[in-house]
Design a protein around this ligand. Structure first.
Ligand code: 1HE
Length: 267
């Protein structure tokens, strides 16, 4: 047994806490004194968390300690960087957040308080976002004289469109949790304090899916959605065929046909 397996999450910085809860790996941003601002150590720690996910982990939940999910990039680290160093830094964030978006398992973000700048970019690299009523969204980069660098200009317009993101960056506009739900920043809105329980409920449901389905939803679906239609249809057919050929799919279909599986019920 290698060291990572014997003691999962052993090499995380103090700004991150992680634990297994059933088949869900839970990662907590634990730097509330700095409003979970994302310094390099924390961002690289997120990468370590995903690299060291135990085999038993079938989904991830990310949440934040204190009053806010995350105040974004740690501005105290934004010192004199030349262009090449700036590119390298931004690419490091891209690499880490790609480990979330195209990771082994789906990730659920539980949001509250400030979800701003790089904090919003982190949330948008996850597959499902659950907002508590205190959550609010902003991209203060525009006002700080900088630009998004953690993949925000690719991921955020997919959710809310270029025009809304331009407004957020040009005017410093914030959106409330309710508005975020309506425009697609989060898929769920829950009462204050109820986010983590909802996150665990959703993540646990995800762990019960056939692994090939989760894989296809994370890796194939977003790529199909961004390809031209003809390639998309072809890729979809291939993925559908691979998925339905899995023994697990055949067993699940048989269960339904033999009336052992639950029907779809309206919530
Ligand atoms: C920080 C940061 C930070 C707080 N970097 N230290 N992000 C921003 O522009 C958001 C900046 N932060 C804020 O607007 C506010 O802190 C909050 C609205 C998030 C929270 O307000 P509050 O009143 O609860 O906390 P606070 O008193 O402002 O902050 C507490 C401490 O955290 C304080 O330090 P202290 O030593 O004086 O106690 C703050 O300086 C510190 N702190 N936020 C560093 N962000 C890959 S590109 C992404 C680009 C971006 O993300 S730009 C957006 C940056």
């Amino acid at each position: 047994m290698d060291a990572a397996r014997a003691k999962p999450f052993a090499n995380l910085p103090a700004s991150l806490k992680a634990e297994m809860n059933g088949a869900v790996a839970v990662l907590r941003l634990a730097r509330p004194q700095k409003r979970n601002a994302l310094n390099d150590e924390t961002v690289l720690g997120v990468e370590q968390f995903f690299l060291g996910l135990p085999e038993a982990a079938k989904a991830v939940v990310i949440h934040g300690e204190g009053e806010h999910f995350s105040a974004g990039l740690d501005l105290s680290e934004l010192t004199e960087r030349n262009v090449a160093e700036g590119v390298e830094h931004s690419r490091m964030w891209h690499r880490v957040f790609e480990r979330i978006e195209f990771g082994r398992v789906p990730a659920v973000a539980v949001l509250h308080g400030a979800v701003v700048g790089g904090g919003l970019e982190l949330a948008c690299a996850c597959h499902i976002r659950i907002a508590e009523k205190s959550a609010y969204y902003a991209l203060p980069e525009g006002r700080r004289g900088i630009f998004v660098g953690g993949g925000g200009s690719v991921r955020i317009p997919r959710l809310i469109g270029v025009a809304r993101m331009q407004d957020m960056m040009l005017t410093g506009r914030t959106y409330s949790a309710e508005e975020g739900l309506a425009m697609g920043l989060s898929q769920y809105l829950v009462e204050q304090g109820a986010g983590l329980a909802k996150g665990m409920e959703i993540a646990t449901k995800i762990t019960e899916n056939a692994p090939m389905t989760n894989f296809a939803v994370i890796h194939a679906l977003p790529r199909i959605a961004e390809s031209d239609a003809a390639s998309g249809y072809m890729t979809e057919s291939l993925v559908a065929s691979i998925a339905q050929n899995e023994p697990e799919a055949k067993a699940r279909l048989k269960d339904f046909l033999e009336k052992r599986a639950p029907k779809v019920v309206r919530e």
